[in-house]
Design a protein around this ligand. Structure first.
Ligand code: ADP
Ligand code: MG
Length: 334
């Protein structure tokens, strides 16, 4: 009987001694950077941490937004010169270096092109070739320069910058740092589809992240089981308009000034650093299947990727085999 009582009571003693672990998630949703964001975390009293993370994302947005006329990016675009904050300066330099290492495919100077087509809010318009070449003349990273000593940045008159291809990645990193500094060990940040996960789900189980199917919000393209990483997708289905039966979307080929059309519908990048994942998902989408595969080979080990082709087949990097399931045909990138 004594033995029986011991086994009955022992689990309760163990539970009382175990470090506190709360398995109930708390979430916080808000609208920022032109998209819905949701942070989910496990642990008590996450509310103040959530507000702190939201505040940081809003602070970044007021520096970086191309839509807010008072942001540093808008002021540099309008006035042609500015001494930016450390954050903005770092991001411009980062964009310059990624522009070089991605063969010019990642390009924050395409704002005159996006604007010509009517992005982000319309009215949309398919421009004539002359309009396109005129706008293309106002793009190019060579038009951005800065003075190391004074910290002043310069942009050629008529040019404009747009950090829409990287800002959410930066926001995810900064917000995750805030959560981690507050002791949160298990969290999921969904910043408009830019996913960052901290740790695992409580109990060590991986997070299951479903990837959206480009044609159908009710279907998935597959599911990733991950921990401590970022998953960022760029695709032709987030922002687009239709004209004469054709789809014109918001990611542009810097050489032509046209929405990218290269046989890919979407590119998902899986990589610890969300900022890098965001930049790469845009760049690899612009590169297309062949160049993206070559780029991955040159940077093997730094990131994994899923290419969604327009024939509804997927190409994935081999390491994803263990953590990715899909009902669609999947081919490994050799
Ligand atoms: P989303 O913003 O939907 O998450 P992306 O991260 O791919 O998708 O960013 C697309 C945005 O990046 C566009 O809306 C535009 O602001 C900007 N952009 C478009 N083409 C390029 C490009 N070639 N390089 C860098 N940024 C781009
Ligand atoms: Mg991006």
């Amino acid at each position: 009987m004594k033995k029986f009582l011991f086994f009955l009571i022992f689990p309760f003693i163990l539970a009382a001694c175990a470090p506190f672990q709360d398995n109930t998630p708390e979430s916080h949703s808000f609208f920022a950077m032109g998209t819905y964001m949701k942070i989910t975390a496990y642990g008590k009293n996450s509310e103040t941490v959530f507000l702190h993370a939201e505040k940081e994302i809003r602070r970044l947005d007021t520096l970086l937004s191309a839509e807010n006329p008072d942001s540093e990016i808008s002021r540099l675009s309008k006035e042609g010169k500015l001494i930016p904050s450390e954050d903005t300066a770092r991001l411009i330099s980062l964009a310059e270096s990624w522009n070089r290492s991605t063969g010019g495919t990642f390009d924050i100077s395409l704002a005159p092109i996006s604007k010509l087509w009517g992005f982000p809010h319309g009215p949309y318009h398919v421009p004539a070739e002359t309009e396109r070449t005129e706008a293309l003349d106002k793009t190019g990273m060579k038009y951005i320069s800065h003075n190391e000593e004074t910290g002043e940045y310069f942009l050629k008159k008529g040019c404009a910058l747009d950090l829409g291809g990287m800002a959410k990645g930066t926001a995810a990193e900064k917000a995750a740092d805030i959560l981690k500094a507050a002791g949160i060990k298990n969290a999921l940040l969904d910043l408009g589809g830019n996913i960052k996960v901290i740790g695992t789900k409580p109990g060590g189980r991986p997070w299951h992240i479903a990837l959206r199917h480009p044609d159908d919000t009710d279907k998935t393209a597959g599911t990733l089981s991950v921990s401590d990483t970022s998953i960022v997708t760029s695709g032709d289905y987030e922002r687009y308009f239709m004209a004469k039966g054709r789809r014109y979307h918001h990611i542009f080929d810097p050489h032509t000034g046209q929405p990218v059309q290269n046989g890919l519908r979407a590119v998902t990048v899986i990589c610890k650093d969300s900022e890098k994942a965001d930049i790469l998902s845009t760049a690899l989408f612009v590169m297309g299947e062949k160049k993206a595969a070559l780029f991955w080979k040159e940077h093997r080990g730094e990131f994994q990727m899923i290419l969604f082709r327009n024939d509804n087949t997927l190409m994935i990097t081999p390491d994803l085999q263990k953590i990715f399931t899909s009902e669609l045909p999947v081919v490994l990138i050799p």
